[in-house]
Design a protein around this ligand. Sequence first.
Ligand code: SAM
Length: 188
Amino acid sequence: MNSKPHVCPVWVGYLLAHPIRKLFQNPERILASHIKPGMTVVDVGCAMGFFTIPAAEMVGKNGRVIAVDLQPKMLKELKKRARKAGVADRIQTRLCSAKSVGLSDLAEQVDVVLSIAMVHETPNPEGLLGELSRCLKPEGRLLVAEPRGHVSAAMFDDTLGWAAAAGLTTLERPSIGKSHSAWLAKPS
Ligand SMILES: C[S@@+](CC[C@H](N)C(=O)[O-])C[C@H]1O[C@@H](n2cnc3c(N)ncnc32)[C@H](O)[C@@H]1O
């Protein structure tokens, strides 16, 4: 348990959504081999949609992205950006609490979950990994990336341990700038 985690302030949300971030974290490059047209994707701790909007472009007209955050202002700004990008119709925003990301209605319905720079901000990362695992379809994928500036290699190993306890296996350890990262899979 992470008793009093620091939650990313809204002003940092604007910085995280800046296109210059693509120089070291390019969403298209990071997501291309895992997100396909028609998929259902969840982006937990989506903030203003730096990963949500490219994911919505990749799932196409027949896919959907569920964008979850606990700060209303992040979701409001994400919706504005999604409208501008022409993908608002395939993004559903959800306001959650710190206790739960509120995905129980999506049990085994999700192809890909994105959890980027978010696990270390949650009070109960172990519970979070369980919730994320339960919403994945068999063979569904979870991308976990955590910032090296805030999260040590040992802390990231703990995260992978909680993911393993939730039934997820590590598929690959991609190189994502300034991050510890892993693509995980739910067994078939
Ligand atoms: C550092 S930001 C990362 C945002 C985004 N994933 C990105 O990479 O641009 C972390 C986000 O997670 C959200 N967050 C923190 N704790 C959360 C929780 N328990 N449930 C849902 N969202 C949470 C914060 O509000 C913030 O928008």
